[in-house]
Design a protein around this ligand. Structure first.
Ligand SMILES: [Zn+2]
Length: 258
Protein backbone atom coordinates (compact mmCIF):
# COMPACT_ATOMS: atom_id res chain seq x y z
CA UNK A 1 0.00 0.00 0.00
CA UNK A 2 1.09 3.57 -0.56
CA UNK A 3 2.24 5.70 2.32
CA UNK A 4 2.72 9.44 2.47
CA UNK A 5 6.46 10.15 2.97
CA UNK A 6 7.36 11.23 6.53
CA UNK A 7 8.55 14.62 5.21
CA UNK A 8 4.97 15.34 4.09
CA UNK A 9 3.07 13.61 6.87
CA UNK A 10 2.41 16.77 8.92
CA UNK A 11 1.20 18.72 5.87
CA UNK A 12 -2.09 18.84 3.95
CA UNK A 13 -1.15 16.17 1.36
CA UNK A 14 -1.75 12.44 1.31
CA UNK A 15 -0.45 10.23 -1.47
CA UNK A 16 -3.42 7.96 -2.25
CA UNK A 17 -1.71 6.34 -5.21
CA UNK A 18 1.94 6.79 -6.13
CA UNK A 19 2.63 6.72 -9.86
CA UNK A 20 5.05 4.26 -11.42
CA UNK A 21 7.67 5.29 -13.99
CA UNK A 22 7.24 2.45 -16.45
CA UNK A 23 5.34 0.95 -19.35
CA UNK A 24 4.48 -2.64 -20.10
CA UNK A 25 6.75 -4.31 -22.64
CA UNK A 26 4.13 -6.05 -24.77
CA UNK A 27 0.68 -4.99 -23.58
CA UNK A 28 0.59 -1.28 -24.35
CA UNK A 29 0.25 1.36 -21.66
CA UNK A 30 0.38 0.67 -17.95
CA UNK A 31 -1.31 3.82 -16.69
CA UNK A 32 -0.18 3.67 -13.06
CA UNK A 33 -0.50 7.36 -12.23
CA UNK A 34 -0.38 9.45 -9.06
CA UNK A 35 -3.50 10.49 -7.15
CA UNK A 36 -2.99 12.96 -4.31
CA UNK A 37 -5.41 14.18 -1.64
CA UNK A 38 -5.18 17.76 -0.44
CA UNK A 39 -7.15 19.25 2.44
CA UNK A 40 -7.34 23.00 3.03
CA UNK A 41 -9.85 25.61 4.18
CA UNK A 42 -12.51 22.99 4.89
CA UNK A 43 -12.26 21.62 1.35
CA UNK A 44 -11.05 18.26 0.09
CA UNK A 45 -9.30 18.16 -3.27
CA UNK A 46 -7.84 15.41 -5.39
CA UNK A 47 -5.16 16.03 -7.97
CA UNK A 48 -6.06 13.57 -10.75
CA UNK A 49 -8.38 10.60 -10.48
CA UNK A 50 -6.38 7.58 -11.70
CA UNK A 51 -7.41 4.88 -14.16
CA UNK A 52 -10.27 2.34 -14.22
CA UNK A 53 -8.31 -0.29 -12.28
CA UNK A 54 -7.91 2.12 -9.35
CA UNK A 55 -11.59 2.61 -8.55
CA UNK A 56 -11.77 0.20 -5.61
CA UNK A 57 -8.33 1.27 -4.43
CA UNK A 58 -9.34 4.94 -4.42
CA UNK A 59 -12.41 4.20 -2.32
CA UNK A 60 -10.25 2.20 0.12
CA UNK A 61 -7.55 4.87 0.29
CA UNK A 62 -10.10 7.62 0.92
CA UNK A 63 -11.66 5.48 3.63
CA UNK A 64 -8.27 5.25 5.38
CA UNK A 65 -8.45 9.05 5.58
CA UNK A 66 -11.99 8.90 6.97
CA UNK A 67 -13.47 10.09 3.67
CA UNK A 68 -15.99 8.93 1.09
CA UNK A 69 -15.81 9.86 -2.60
CA UNK A 70 -18.74 12.23 -2.06
CA UNK A 71 -16.64 14.18 0.48
CA UNK A 72 -14.30 15.31 -2.31
CA UNK A 73 -15.19 18.94 -3.09
CA UNK A 74 -12.68 19.63 -5.87
CA UNK A 75 -11.12 17.38 -8.51
CA UNK A 76 -8.19 19.00 -10.26
CA UNK A 77 -7.25 17.23 -13.49
CA UNK A 78 -3.78 17.73 -14.92
CA UNK A 79 -4.86 16.52 -18.36
CA UNK A 80 -7.41 14.42 -20.19
CA UNK A 81 -5.61 11.06 -20.63
CA UNK A 82 -7.61 8.11 -19.32
CA UNK A 83 -5.15 7.17 -16.58
CA UNK A 84 -5.58 10.59 -14.94
CA UNK A 85 -9.13 11.56 -15.77
CA UNK A 86 -11.50 8.67 -16.30
CA UNK A 87 -12.64 8.34 -12.69
CA UNK A 88 -14.13 11.83 -12.61
CA UNK A 89 -17.45 10.00 -12.60
CA UNK A 90 -16.64 8.74 -9.07
CA UNK A 91 -16.37 12.39 -7.98
CA UNK A 92 -19.16 13.78 -10.12
CA UNK A 93 -20.57 15.91 -7.29
CA UNK A 94 -17.25 17.76 -6.93
CA UNK A 95 -16.19 20.84 -8.83
CA UNK A 96 -14.08 19.37 -11.63
CA UNK A 97 -11.28 21.56 -12.94
CA UNK A 98 -9.72 20.94 -16.34
CA UNK A 99 -7.70 23.23 -18.61
CA UNK A 100 -9.81 25.04 -21.21
CA UNK A 101 -7.19 24.34 -23.89
CA UNK A 102 -6.95 20.70 -22.83
CA UNK A 103 -10.69 20.00 -22.94
CA UNK A 104 -11.13 21.70 -26.33
CA UNK A 105 -8.23 19.66 -27.70
CA UNK A 106 -9.48 16.38 -26.18
CA UNK A 107 -12.94 16.82 -27.71
CA UNK A 108 -11.34 17.03 -31.15
CA UNK A 109 -9.14 13.93 -30.85
CA UNK A 110 -10.05 11.04 -33.17
CA UNK A 111 -12.19 8.41 -31.46
CA UNK A 112 -10.64 5.08 -30.59
CA UNK A 113 -7.04 5.94 -31.38
CA UNK A 114 -5.54 7.85 -28.47
CA UNK A 115 -5.31 7.70 -24.64
CA UNK A 116 -8.12 10.28 -24.41
CA UNK A 117 -11.34 8.63 -23.10
CA UNK A 118 -13.53 10.28 -25.72
CA UNK A 119 -16.95 9.69 -24.22
CA UNK A 120 -15.87 10.61 -20.69
CA UNK A 121 -14.48 13.90 -21.97
CA UNK A 122 -17.58 14.59 -24.03
CA UNK A 123 -19.81 14.04 -21.00
CA UNK A 124 -17.47 16.06 -18.78
CA UNK A 125 -17.66 19.03 -21.16
CA UNK A 126 -21.42 19.26 -20.49
CA UNK A 127 -21.26 18.37 -16.81
CA UNK A 128 -22.74 21.11 -14.58
CA UNK A 129 -19.81 21.10 -12.12
CA UNK A 130 -17.06 21.11 -14.77
CA UNK A 131 -15.00 24.29 -14.70
CA UNK A 132 -12.52 25.04 -17.46
CA UNK A 133 -9.59 27.22 -16.43
CA UNK A 134 -6.95 29.31 -18.13
CA UNK A 135 -3.24 29.70 -17.46
CA UNK A 136 -2.61 31.32 -14.07
CA UNK A 137 -6.03 30.61 -12.56
CA UNK A 138 -6.31 30.10 -8.79
CA UNK A 139 -7.95 26.67 -8.62
CA UNK A 140 -7.84 25.97 -4.88
CA UNK A 141 -6.80 28.08 -1.86
CA UNK A 142 -3.08 28.83 -2.39
CA UNK A 143 -2.89 26.84 -5.60
CA UNK A 144 -2.54 28.06 -9.19
CA UNK A 145 -2.74 26.28 -12.55
CA UNK A 146 -0.13 26.80 -15.26
CA UNK A 147 -0.25 25.57 -18.81
CA UNK A 148 2.55 23.09 -19.45
CA UNK A 149 2.33 21.84 -23.05
CA UNK A 150 4.31 19.05 -24.69
CA UNK A 151 2.71 15.83 -23.50
CA UNK A 152 -0.66 17.25 -24.55
CA UNK A 153 -1.31 20.81 -25.76
CA UNK A 154 -3.30 21.79 -22.67
CA UNK A 155 -1.60 19.94 -19.81
CA UNK A 156 -1.71 21.86 -16.54
CA UNK A 157 0.71 21.80 -13.66
CA UNK A 158 -0.55 22.93 -10.26
CA UNK A 159 1.60 25.02 -7.92
CA UNK A 160 0.54 24.97 -4.25
CA UNK A 161 2.01 27.45 -1.80
CA UNK A 162 1.64 26.75 1.92
CA UNK A 163 3.44 28.48 4.81
CA UNK A 164 5.57 25.33 5.28
CA UNK A 165 6.49 24.48 1.71
CA UNK A 166 5.55 24.68 -1.97
CA UNK A 167 4.34 21.63 -3.87
CA UNK A 168 4.28 21.36 -7.67
CA UNK A 169 2.07 18.71 -9.26
CA UNK A 170 3.50 18.13 -12.72
CA UNK A 171 1.11 15.49 -14.09
CA UNK A 172 2.57 14.10 -17.29
CA UNK A 173 4.25 17.37 -18.28
CA UNK A 174 7.14 15.69 -16.41
CA UNK A 175 6.17 12.10 -15.71
CA UNK A 176 9.19 10.94 -13.75
CA UNK A 177 12.67 11.70 -12.44
CA UNK A 178 14.41 10.63 -15.65
CA UNK A 179 12.40 13.19 -17.63
CA UNK A 180 13.07 15.91 -15.04
CA UNK A 181 16.81 15.31 -15.01
CA UNK A 182 17.37 14.64 -18.72
CA UNK A 183 14.72 17.06 -20.09
CA UNK A 184 13.99 14.32 -22.65
CA UNK A 185 10.45 12.95 -22.70
CA UNK A 186 8.52 9.90 -23.75
CA UNK A 187 5.09 10.57 -25.31
CA UNK A 188 5.45 14.17 -26.45
CA UNK A 189 4.09 15.78 -29.61
CA UNK A 190 7.15 18.09 -29.70
CA UNK A 191 10.33 17.39 -27.66
CA UNK A 192 11.35 21.07 -27.73
CA UNK A 193 8.00 22.18 -26.30
CA UNK A 194 8.26 19.54 -23.56
CA UNK A 195 11.82 20.62 -22.81
CA UNK A 196 10.72 24.25 -22.35
CA UNK A 197 7.94 23.08 -20.03
CA UNK A 198 10.40 21.05 -17.95
CA UNK A 199 12.68 24.10 -17.68
CA UNK A 200 9.66 26.09 -16.44
CA UNK A 201 9.07 23.37 -13.80
CA UNK A 202 12.74 23.55 -12.77
CA UNK A 203 12.64 27.30 -12.31
CA UNK A 204 9.58 26.97 -10.05
CA UNK A 205 11.24 24.06 -8.21
CA UNK A 206 14.34 26.13 -7.48
CA UNK A 207 12.39 29.23 -6.32
CA UNK A 208 11.98 28.09 -2.73
CA UNK A 209 14.10 25.55 -0.80
CA UNK A 210 12.12 22.51 0.31
CA UNK A 211 9.71 22.61 -2.62
CA UNK A 212 8.31 19.15 -3.41
CA UNK A 213 7.56 17.97 -6.95
CA UNK A 214 4.88 15.30 -7.35
CA UNK A 215 5.12 13.84 -10.88
CA UNK A 216 2.39 11.97 -12.73
CA UNK A 217 4.25 8.66 -12.68
CA UNK A 218 6.89 8.64 -9.96
CA UNK A 219 7.59 9.21 -6.27
CA UNK A 220 7.54 12.77 -4.90
CA UNK A 221 10.94 14.48 -4.92
CA UNK A 222 12.75 17.31 -3.20
CA UNK A 223 15.95 19.10 -4.24
CA UNK A 224 19.15 18.41 -2.33
CA UNK A 225 22.01 20.50 -3.71
CA UNK A 226 19.98 20.97 -6.90
CA UNK A 227 19.61 17.21 -7.31
CA UNK A 228 16.22 15.48 -7.06
CA UNK A 229 15.94 13.17 -4.04
CA UNK A 230 13.04 10.73 -3.80
CA UNK A 231 10.71 10.99 -0.81
CA UNK A 232 9.16 7.79 0.48
CA UNK A 233 9.51 4.27 -0.76
CA UNK A 234 8.42 2.77 -4.03
CA UNK A 235 5.73 0.07 -3.96
CA UNK A 236 4.82 -1.87 -7.11
CA UNK A 237 4.23 -5.54 -7.72
CA UNK A 238 1.92 -7.88 -9.58
CA UNK A 239 0.49 -11.29 -8.72
CA UNK A 240 -0.03 -13.96 -11.36
CA UNK A 241 -1.59 -17.40 -11.60
CA UNK A 242 1.12 -19.50 -13.19
CA UNK A 243 0.15 -22.61 -11.19
CA UNK A 244 -2.71 -25.09 -11.47
CA UNK A 245 -5.02 -23.77 -8.79
CA UNK A 246 -6.26 -20.43 -7.63
CA UNK A 247 -4.35 -20.57 -4.36
CA UNK A 248 -0.94 -20.66 -6.05
CA UNK A 249 0.11 -17.19 -7.00
CA UNK A 250 3.51 -15.77 -7.80
CA UNK A 251 4.22 -12.24 -6.66
CA UNK A 252 6.58 -10.29 -8.90
CA UNK A 253 8.19 -7.25 -7.36
CA UNK A 254 8.48 -4.42 -9.87
CA UNK A 255 10.83 -2.40 -7.72
CA UNK A 256 13.60 -4.99 -7.79
CA UNK A 257 16.93 -3.48 -8.70
CA UNK A 258 15.80 0.12 -8.11
ZN1 LIG B 1 -0.80 11.44 -20.05
Amino acid sequence: MFETPPELADGPLRILVCGYPGKSVCHGGLGWSSVVLLRAAGRVALVDAGNFGMRKLLIEQLSREGLKPSDVTDLLLTHSHYDHSVNWTLFRGARIVVGAVELAWALDEPWGETPVPELYMRTLSDWPTCETVQDGAEVFPGMTAHIAPGHTPGCLIYHLRTPERDVIFTGDAAKNRAELISRDTDMTYDPAVSRATIEMIWSRWRERPGTVVVPGHDLPMILDDDKPRYLGKRAASIRAWFGKDMASQSEIDLTAGV
